[in-house]
Design a protein around this ligand. Structure first.
Ligand code: IPT
Length: 983
């Protein structure tokens, strides 16, 4: 077979018969949507149902019907596949295996009455992975490039009645070699299909250049046919090709997306224009828009819906944008392909900076040592260029698109030089981004993924090490150092996390070189499924029987698959808030971190709370202040007054900046930023009781196991565990170093696979031995113990000392490491415990928790900016965060006190001294770890309450740097104390 011409789906050529790429636009010319139910049949090989597909005589009445647009694997045919970086076929370019599921589609349609007689164009907005199209038995042509449109001229072929459209779609094509993005492989006609009437002599393609400088705008619309431009609001009436200068315009920015609506009229057609005046340039190593530096507070957005895959409706696109805007996100990288064109229209309108990324990724060549990587092979040149061309031509008129990205994770190769040349020639108005070529020759921005905080700081100082293969002080090295830096991926949001968002933001805001950063990623790619009991859950790669398998790695978003914001998104919103509110030297300092907006669109309100109870509140009049500057004002007198009084409890001032008026994406009063400050002097913590180690009578465990009493508290004399306080039955505390590992605890690479190390040394299976229960005659009960795993010497020696204090039971916990923590059996592991805690089992009737501390959302050492200090209340059930794959969640750092209540049970109050971490759940950490899905977690009949010194941070090591040392729990002595009281 080697020498016969390749079948289309294997031919590296991008297409045939297609019209030239052109701008996407909305006009008043007739348009017929061909979306709907089509006939469909899936076959096992690229031949599909055979040569009869396009013919009018084929009897397709026995075929299934399918929704268009949709992915057939989500409509009951075959299955979705998730491989992460691996190609699901042999690396044998450009060939594909014979096993190649192929969908044949047929649609019969009539033209609506009055359809003009002139030119008609058939447009496909997206077909994965390729399409061969026939109309009325005639072959129109082929196309590859799944996330890009293609068109055929069907003038003279389309008729008033009884048109027969046929499309053959191979799941795998040569194009698949260029589409190895980390996402589900989802074949099918998944974006709109439409027939467009194209007026005779009308405009097919046009370019809008709307630039801005010093208050003035320049508008130039060029087109492939003469036309007339009108922008009534600006009094513009000009011919195409005529440059118009408007002395005063408002510029477009993501913060203030000022669009001027206009029209472009040509023969037989009026096209809508949405013009945004803005100029993007790189000056002095900084990215400027409209002359001002910008900072993208961005996310990487895949198109994803748990039921529809990448076939999104407009309402879902708007939902994404609203959620982004409400969470202070101002930028999107369209990872890793051009989105549905409607999304960009919405970005123009709502205001988001867009890095528009080309549909190119060849990541799987990593498994071939990058040998034969398409960008470096002439055979693929045209296919790659075709993708860039179709992106740029389609999207060139969107003000929101400020950077072109040449693709993702595709190594280096000369094709990127060709793409660069093409784009520079066609659109010199936007900078280019490409991250993977260490020379950065085809990029106007330096860029990396997942650097550590230290590395990012070095980049900020332009003091980074050159990438591998680049000589220090070589021309490439020097040029790169002079470029602005765009962090295209960071903060891998897989499972619980990411941590350190505020740390990254602090660095990003400290160096002029940075133009922004994009969290990986916006949404978990979970696909809806039903378990045996009919309950809905979200599937990841591992839920599909297929190899190779990327397992859970597609669940790494800030939104759960159903678009519920995760705690990570709340944290991001706080970390990137565009206004910083602080109290310094008795004054409120408001720092405006917007790049363009003043504070005029915001209102400010304050409140003072004592021990979490509001005692005063009011409105703060903040003088307006321009972008990137600060203003100071005195503390409101009423706040100062309210902070006196010297009673118990902490007094906190909270100031919020809120939207003064409703916007297109949030109501008036929506909180944009918040600052908190403590007004009273923190009282010194009560002295830790000193325990004299002297000789004391031991009464257990040798002592026989009878019960011991200390006031209302009753202890098991053998284990030393607390079994009752008054009428409350409980069991604990058990010394606890374990947490159900998070995805970030199971990171990649030897330094990041913490959970594997913990499990190797047995931190998940501590056994406990009570060594003594003592009753010295100082009114205390002292329980001594040793905890550690089987087979090893490492562990902790613990001392729990109880005394009656202020009507409650005071507990001091001391934990000292023992044994060999630098384990040699597994090759010198240096492990840190993920938790330093004490676990209690309580009656299952407890249902509510009220606490004073950070909340209401979960918080961890490196992810607590979003959690405010205050009094919070939640049911125990609502304290659980339903990560798609169960893992540690629901912790609360810096808790001063908490109260548990439940019907028929005494209220249990716990006071930290001064602070505790707590979690409360109806299952153990072990059950949490064992569960594969949220449904697996069932009520154990008890409430498991952890009252901890703390947990280690969360980090983002599932794909990223190791957790910084300062967020780990060192192997050292720990002490903490608390008081239990019943009401
Ligand atoms: C990076 C990819 O660009 C992105 O698509 C995603 O796979 C992410 O990783 C992890 O979820 S590439 C990686 C090698 C850093």
């Amino acid at each position: 077979m080697a020498d016969s011409p390749l079948p289309f789906h294997e031919d590296p050529a991008p297409g045939s018969g297609r019209r030239p790429a052109r701008a996407e636009f909305v006009s008043d010319a007739p348009r017929l949507s061909l979306n709907g139910r089509w006939r469909f049949r899936l076959s096992g090989t690229a031949d599909g149902t055979g040569p009869s597909l396009p013919g009018p005589d084929l009897d397709d009445s026995g075929w299934d019907t399918i929704r268009v647009p949709a992915h057939w694997v989500l409509e009951g045919h075959d299955r979705p596949i998730y491989t992460n970086t691996a190609y699901p076929f042999p690396i044998d370019p450009p060939y594909l295996p014979d096993e190649n599921p192929t969908g044949d589609y047929r649609l019969r349609f009539d033209l609506p009455p009055g359809w003009p007689a002139g030119r008609s164009v058939l447009r496909f907005q997206g077909v994965d992975s390729c399409g061969t199209v026939w109309l009325n038995g005639e072959l129109l042509g082929h196309s590859k490039g799944s996330r890009l449109p293609f068109e055929f001229d069907v003038t003279g072929l389309v008729r008033p009645r009884d048109n027969q459209l046929a499309v053959r779609v191979q799941r795998w094509s040569s194009g698949s070699y260029l589409e190895d993005q980390d996402m589900w492989w989802l074949p099918g006609i998944f974006r709109d299909v439409e027939l467009l009437s194209r007026p005779e002599g009308g405009i097919d393609d046009f370019t809008v250049r709307a630039s801005y400088r010093d208050g003035a705008g320049t508008l130039l619309v060029t087109a492939d046919a003469p036309g007339h431009v009108e922008v009534p609001e600006l009094g513009v009436a000009a011919a195409t090709g005529e440059r118009v200068t408007i002395p005063r315009v408002e510029p477009w920015s993501a913060e203030n997306p000022r669009l001027y609506r206009g029209t472009l009229t040509a023969a037989g057609e009026t096209i809508e224009l949405a013009i945004g005046f803005r100029t993007v340039e790189i000056v002095g190593g900084r990215l400027l828009v409209n002359g001002a530096p910008v900072l993208f507070r961005g996310v990487n957005r895949h198109e994803h819906d748990p039921d529809r895959g990448r076939s999104l409706d407009r309402a879902t696109m708007i939902r994404d944008i609203e959620l982004m805007k409400r969470h202070n996100v101002n930028a999107v990288r369209t990872a890793h392909y051009p989105p549905h064109p409607e999304f960009l229209r919405l970005c123009d309108e709502y205001g988001l900076w867009v890095v528009d990324e080309c549909d190119i990724e060849t990541h799987g060549f990593i498994y071939a040592g990058w040998d034969g990587n398409p960008p470096a092979e002439p055979m693929w040149r045209e296919a790659l260029l075709d993708r860039a061309r179709r992106m740029v031509e389609r999207d060139k008129n969107h003000p929101s698109v400020v950077v072109w990205s040449l693709g993702n994770e595709s190594g280096a190769g000369s094709a990127f030089g060709d793409i660069e040349d093409y784009i520079r020639h066609r659109d010199p108005t936007r900078p280019l981004h490409y991250e993977r070529d260490p020379s950065y020759r085809h990029s106007d921005l330096h860029s990396l993924m997942y650097p550590s905080l230290d590395d990012l700081e070095r980049i900020g100082r332009r003091a980074e090490e050159p990438p591998e293969g680049i000589e220090p002080d070589s021309p490439d090295d020097v040029r790169r150092r002079g470029l602005p830096f765009l962090l295209c991926e960071y903060a891998h949001a897989m499972g619980n996390g990411p941590g350190s968002l505020a740390d990254y933001q602090a660095i990003l805001e400290s160096y002029e070189r940075f133009c922004g950063a994009f969290v990986w990623e916006w949404i978990d790619h979970g696909l809806a499924g039903r378990d045996a009991l009919g309950r809905r859950y979200y599937r990841h790669g591992g839920d599909i029987d297929h190899q190779p398998n990327g397992e859970r790695f597609c669940l790494d978003g800030l939104l759960f698959p159903d678009r519920t914001p995760s705690p990570g998104l709340a944290e991001l919103r706080k970390a990137i808030e565009p206004v910083r509110i602080a109290v310094e030297g008795g004054e409120v300092v408001v720092l405006n971190k917007y790049d363009f907006l003043s504070l005029a669109h915001l209102g400010f309100r304050w409140c003072v709370e004592r021990d979490g109870v509001r005692i005063a509140s009011g409105v703060l009049t903040v003088p307006d202040c321009p972008a990137r500057s600060a203003t100071r004002l005195p503390l409101p007198q009423a706040a100062t007054d309210a902070s006196g009084g010297g009673s118990d409890g902490e007094t906190w001032l909270t100031v919020e900046a809120v939207l003064a008026e409703v916007t297109g994406w949030a109501p008036a009063g929506h909180v944009i930023a918040c600052g908190q400050t403590r007004l009273d002097q923190p009282a010194p913590p009560p002295p830790t009781p000193v325990i004299e180690p002297g000789a004391t009578p031991a009464i257990g465990p040798e002592g026989g196991g009878e019960e011991l009493r200390l006031g209302p508290a009753v202890f098991d004399g053998r284990t030393g565990r607390l079994i009752r306080i008054g009428e409350l039955e409980l069991d604990g505390p058990v010394f606890d170093v374990w947490r159900a590992p998070t995805e970030n605890d199971r990171g990649q690479g030897p330094r990041n696979a913490l959970a594997a190390d913990w499990e190797a040394v047995g931190l998940d299976r501590f056994l406990h031995r009570c060594t003594a229960v003592e009753r010295p005659d100082d009114g205390t009960i002292v329980v001594r113990g040793r905890s550690g795993p089987a087979t090893r010497t490492l562990g902790f020696r613990t001392t729990f000392t109880y005394r009656l204090r202020g009507g409650g039971l005071h507990l001091l916990i001391e934990a000292d490491p023992v044994g060999d923590w630098h384990d040699t059996a597994y090759g010198h592991l240096d492990v840190n415990p993920p938790r330093m805690g004490a676990r209690f089992a309580l009656p299952g009737g407890y249902s509510e928790v009220t606490w004073f501390g950070r909340g209401p959302g979960e918080s961890y050492a490196d992810s607590r900016a979003a959690a405010r200090v205050g009094r919070h209340a939640r049911s125990i059930d609502a304290l659980q965060t339903p990560y798609v794959v169960p893992q540690e969640n629901g912790n609360h750092v810096e808790t001063r006190w908490l109260e548990l209540s439940g019907a028929g049970l005494p209220t249990l109050r716990v006071d930290g001294e001064p602070l505790l971490d707590f979690t409360a759940r109806r299952w153990t950490s072990e059950a949490l770890q064992a569960a594969r899905r949220p449904h697996d977690l069932t009520d154990s009949g008890r409430v498991w309450l952890n009252l901890d010194h703390g947990q280690q941070g969360i980090g983002s090591a599932s794909c990223g740097p190791a957790l910084p040392e300062r967020y780990r729990l060192a192997v050292r002595r720990y002490t903490w104390s608390l008081t239990l009281t019943l009401h």
